[in-house]
Ligand binder design. Structure first.
Ligand SMILES: Cc1ncc(COP(=O)(O)O)c(C=O)c1O
Length: 440
């Protein structure tokens, strides 16, 4: 099997999904109430390529421009308030402007924001991660999950002297050309093999036939951007075994899933990765990424035996890492369990609301993460969804009701949410669903 042999729908625009919807009462109401955002979007299109710097922050007819954020809420430039269920795509696990992080960052920035020497906060954050994740003895920081992918790949290449990778179809490990192919059907990275998620045999076959070329297998313990689809423990264990048999590293991407357990999803499942990628929440709202692993692999950075060069002007900077220490410290197992209960409440409330207006509906759900679908069954991945007409309308209809969710239906809880807020969100979603039902 090779990358070129696999075919799947090529996304048109935006976050990998064509969010263009025809003119309708939902769209008219949206345009009417978000005129300030439209003006900024027109201006953005003059100076920013594609009108933005982040594909998921674009949607049709124009994205909302946010003026401020606090706790569980966003306020747009037209003064409209939204309950935010994206939490910057799962990274703000304590919501916006979390006071303990603000206080820490405020103290830090008065002492300088970055310098080209050691700072204690990055040591504190590294120690905290080593304490939390059994598979990690040492950590190295980057500025994004994408850079963590690149770093993990560099380590794997240095250790194995191989070049290629194996990942899951529909997997996402950041916008690195080697890994984008999982979702975006680029033809050019001849460096990447794709297996089928939750199908151990497909990974075993590729490793059996091409193992000697493969430096590492990258896997998300839960497919995130592909719609919150959990991996079976058995699948992960079999892929790890096959990777080791082939002499490749087994890398778990916990950029999103670290929020699912104090020690990451791997601890919850009792599996240890060779290398673990982290990002999002560990920066407390600031740009971050990290790779961690056991001493024998992370030794590629020992100055006495430097086998991988890694530098970065803002790596491990004191602002990000000070914020990250607070974010990780305050993410306790108790708060993780409470977020899961809120997600369960939200899921049940949304299902009841959909049923009331006869919309097909289902939810993929792991812990504090969920993805909604307007179909009777959860698709293999969000890119395979057949409910695009309903989803795109619901996205805009929800915004009209002051509910901010991802265009692909992702909803992530934060520790500062409570039952009353969830019930308010369900009420708003119910109105949005009834607007959608009227248009379909
Ligand atoms: C599983 C996973 N890995 C890596 C990344 C890339 O992280 P970043 O956007 O910080 O580059 C993401 C981002 O969404 C992700 O979901």
């Amino acid at each position: 099997m090779s990358v070129q042999q696999l075919t799947y729908p090529r996304p048109e625009k935006g976050s990998g999904f064509d969010l263009t919807i025809p003119r309708s009462p939902i769209v008219d109401a949206y345009r009417q109430s978000t005129q300030g955002s439209e003006v900024l979007h027109l201006r953005a299109e003059q100076a920013l390529a594609g009108g933005n710097s982040r594909q998921v922050s674009y949607w049709s007819p124009h994205p909302i421009a946010i003026a401020s954020a606090d706790g569980a809420h966003l306020t747009d430039v037209d003064g409209r308030r939204y309950i935010d269920f994206t939490n910057n795509y799962t990274s703000l696990v304590h919501g916006h402007a979390y006071p303990p992080i603000l206080e820490t960052v405020d103290r830090q920035i008065k002492n300088g924001t970055v310098w080209s020497a050691q700072n204690e906060h990055q040591i504190d954050l590294a120690e905290l991660l080593v304490e939390r994740i059994p598979a990690i003895d040492k950590v190295r920081f980057t500025n994004s999950g994408t850079e963590a992918s690149n770093l993990a790949l560099s380590i794997a290449r240095a250790v194995t002297k191989r070049h290629k990778i194996l990942m899951s179809r529909f997997g996402y490990h950041g916008s690195l050309t080697e890994t984008e192919t999982g979702s975006f059907n680029h033809d050019y990275p001849a460096t990447t093999y794709l297996g089928e998620y939750n199908n151990a045999e497909s990974f075993e076959n590729i490793l059996e036939h091409h193992g000697e070329e493969i430096a590492a297998v990258f896997l998300e313990p839960v497919l995130g951007s592909a719609g919150i689809i959990a991996a079976d423990r058995e699948f992960l264990l079999r892929v790890k075994e096959a990777a080791h048999k082939a002499g490749a590293l087994f890398i778990l991407d916990e950029v999103v899933t670290f929020r699912l357990h104090e020690g990451g999803r791997q601890k919850a499942l009792g599996i240890e990765a060779d290398l673990t990628m982290l990002g999002k929440l560990i920066g407390g709202g600031f740009p971050v990424g990290a790779v961690g692993g056991p001493d024998d692999l992370m030794d590629v950075f020992q100055s006495s035996d430097l086998r991988t060069y890694h530098s970065g002007t803002f790596n491990g900077n004191p602002v990000t890492t000070a914020a990250g220490v607070v974010a990780v410290r305050d993410l306790t197992q108790k708060s993780i369990d409470e977020m899961e209960k809120l997600a369960e409440r939200l899921k049940n409330g949304l299902a009841a609301a959909a049923q009331k207006v006869n919309l097909p509906f289902c939810v993929s759900h792991v812990g504090s993460l969920m993805n909604v679908f307007f179909s009777n069954e959860i698709p293999q991945a969000a890119l395979m969804r057949e409910d695009q007409a309903a989803m795109s309308r619901f996205h805009i209809a929800a915004l009209n009701q002051g509910l901010f969710i991802a265009g692909r239906g992702l909803m992530a809880m934060s520790t500062i949410m409570d039952e009353a807020l969830i019930d308010e969100a369900i009420d708003r979603a119910a109105v949005a669903m009834s607007d959608v039902a009227a248009e379909l």
